[in-house]
Design a protein around this ligand. Structure first.
Ligand code: ATP
Ligand code: MG
Length: 413
C-alpha cells in the first residue's frame, strides 16, 4: 500500500473529548474514526489489524471443530420473552425498534436465543451432536458508559461461539478445550503472560463462569491473582467459600486492574429447556441439549493490545496483528533513486512481505519518522541516496532505539 494514496492522514492531536488512550492513538494514526461516543468506524489501516486478530481467532476456533456462520442483527422479541431476557429490567443494554406494522424487534446484543432456536431445525438425535458454531459479528449494546475507547463500544465486534452437547461430560470436554484454544489466541497476540483464566460469577448450573482477564490500567475490572499458583479470582466472587474451594488464602493474592477480553459460560440445559431444544438419545428418550457460550471481544482485544504495548511515541503492534510487517520509508529525491526505491517496494511485495510504502514527496524526513512511530509497524526500512550508494537500507525495529544498515539483497524473504 502506498502512503501517498492512503486517504487517512496522521494527526498530532486526538479529537477533544476522546479520553481513552487507545482511541486517541488509533484515531491520530488513522486506524479508526470516531462517529460518536462508543461508536467507531474502522479505516483501511484499522481493518487490517482487525482482520489479523479475527484470523488468529478463526484458526483456533476451527482447530477445535468450530463451524463459522453469521446470525442476523435483527432479532425476534418472542424468543427473548421465552427466556425472560426481553425486559429492559433484565437486560439493560437492549437497543430496540419496531417494524412499520408495529411488531417489536431487538438489535442483537448477544445471540444465545436465536441460535438455539435455529438449532431446533438441525438437532433431533444424539447422532447430530456435538455441534460447535461461531461467528464474528457487530453487537449493539446501549452501554451506560462508553469512556474506554474501542474497549467498550456501543457497537463492537465480538467472536461468539456456542456449543451443543448431549450431556455434561460431552459439554465439559469441549469447554476445557476452549480454555486452551483461548489461551493460544492470547499467546499469539502477545498477551499470554498478562492474561488470566479467572473465576467469575455466573454459569447456570455451575458455581463459576470463566473470564479471560488481561492486566491493564485501562481495564474496568479488578481481580485477585497468584502467578505461581496460576489462580485468578474476580473480586465479585472473592469470599471465604471461594478461597476454600480454590485452596488459597487472601494473603497470597494480589489485586490488579484488568480488562475482560473473553468470557465462557455453561448454560447447562436452562435455555434449551426454555426454548424447547431437545434430542432423542439411543434409548428413544427426549432430552434437553447442553448449551455453552463463549465470547471474545475482538475490538476490545485490539484496544487492549494498543494499551499494553504503546510507548510515548505511539502504537507498537506485535508482529502477529500488525497492519504491515514493514514500513518502507523513502527519502529519495533524485529520479534514479526514486526508481530504485520503487523497485525495492515491488520486490518486497512480490516476496510476500506486507509493506506500507511511504512514497510521499512533500513530507519531511522528521515527520515521516514521527508518523511511522505513531503507526507502530514492527520493522522500518529507510531508503535514501546515502543508503543506496552503499546498496543498503537503514533498518530499525519499532521496539528498539538503535538502527543498523542491511544489504538490500538480503531483505527479500
Ligand atoms: P463487560 O463486563 O465488560 O460488560 P460482558 O460480561 O457484558 O462484558 P459478554 O457479554 O460476555 O461481556 O461478551 C463477551 C466479550 O465481549 C467480553 O468478554 C468482552 O471482551 C467483549 N465485550 C463486552 N461488552 C463489550 C463492549 N461494550 N465493547 C467491546 N467489547 C465488549
Ligand atoms: Mg457488559
Amino acid at each position: 500500500m502506498r502512503q501517498s494514496l492512503l486517504f487517512t492522514k496522521a494527526r498530532k492531536e486526538a479529537p477533544a473529548g476522546e479520553v481513552a488512550f487507545n482511541a486517541q492513538l488509533l484515531i491520530r494514526a488513522g486506524y479508526i474514526y470516531k462517529e460518536m461516543a462508543g461508536v467507531y468506524a474502522y479505516l483501511p489501516l484499522g481493518i487490517r489489524v482487525l482482520e489479523k486478530i479475527k484470523q488468529i481467532v478463526r484458526e483456533e476456533m476451527d482447530a477445535i471443530g468450530g463451524q463459522e456462520l453469521i446470525m442476523t442483527a435483527l432479532q425476534r422479541k418472542e424468543l427473548w420473552e421465552q427466556t425472560d431476557r426481553w425486559d429492559d429490567e433484565k437486560v439493560d443494554v437492549w437497543f430496540k425498534s419496531s417494524l412499520k406494522n408495529g411488531v417489536e424487534l431487538g438489535f442483537g446484543w448477544s445471540h444465545e436465543e436465536p441460535i438455539t432456536e435455529m438449532m431446533k431445525h438441525y438437532i433431533s438425535s444424539y447422532k447430530d451432536l456435538p455441534i460447535y458454531v461461531y461467528q464474528f459479528q457487530t453487537k449493539l449494546r446501549n452501554e451506560l458508559r462508553a469512556k474506554s475507547g474501542i474497549m467498550r463500544g456501543r457497537e463492537f465486534v465480538m467472536k461468539d461461539m456456542y456449543s451443543y452437547a448431549t450431556d455434561e461430560q460431552q459439554h465439559e470436554a469441549f469447554y476445557n478445550g476452549v480454555i486452551e484454544a483461548y489461551m493460544r489466541v492470547f499467546e499469539r497476540v502477545g498477551l499470554k503472560d498478562d492474561t488470566f483464566v479467572t473465576f467469575a460469577s455466573g454459569g447456570a448450573f455451575t458455581q463459576f463462569s470463566h473470564e479471560f482477564q488481561t492486566i491493564t490500567d485501562a481495564g474496568e475490572d479488578m481481580i485477585y491473582i497468584n502467578r505461581e499458583k496460576n489462580i485468578a479470582i474476580n473480586e465479585e466472587v472473592l469470599n471465604e467459600e471461594t478461597l476454600n474451594d480454590l485452596g488459597v488464602t487472601k494473603e497470597e493474592l494480589t489485586l490488579v486492574k484488568t480488562a475482560e477480553v473473553g468470557n465462557i459460560f455453561n448454560f447447562g440445559t436452562l435455555k434449551t429447556e426454555q426454548l424447547g431444544l431437545n434430542y432423542v438419545d439411543n434409548t428413544g428418550k427426549n432430552i434437553p441439549v447442553h448449551l455453552g457460550s463463549y465470547g471474545i471481544g475482538i475490538t476490545r482485544l485490539m484496544g487492549v493490545i494498543v494499551e499494553r504495548f504503546a510507548d510515548e511515541k505511539g502504537i507498537v503492534w506485535p508482529e502477529s496483528v500488525a497492519p504491515f510487517q514493514v514500513h518502507l520509508i523513502s527519502l529519495c529525491r533524485e529520479e534514479n533513486d526514486k526508481k530504485q526505491a520503487e523497485e525495492i517496494y515491488q520486490k518486497l511485495k512480490a516476496s510476500g512481505v506486507e509493506v506500507l510504502f511511504d512514497d510521499r514527496e512533500d513530507v519531511s524526513a522528521g515527520q515521516k519518522f514521527a508518523e511511522s512511530d505513531l503507526l507502530g509497524i514492527p520493522k522500518r526500512y529507510i531508503v535514501s541516496q546515502k543508503t543506496l550508494e552503499n546498496e543498503t537500507l537503514e533498518m530499525k525495529l519499532r521496539t528498539k532505539d538503535e538502527a543498523e544498515f542491511v544489504k538490500i539483497e538480503n531483505i527479500y524473504v
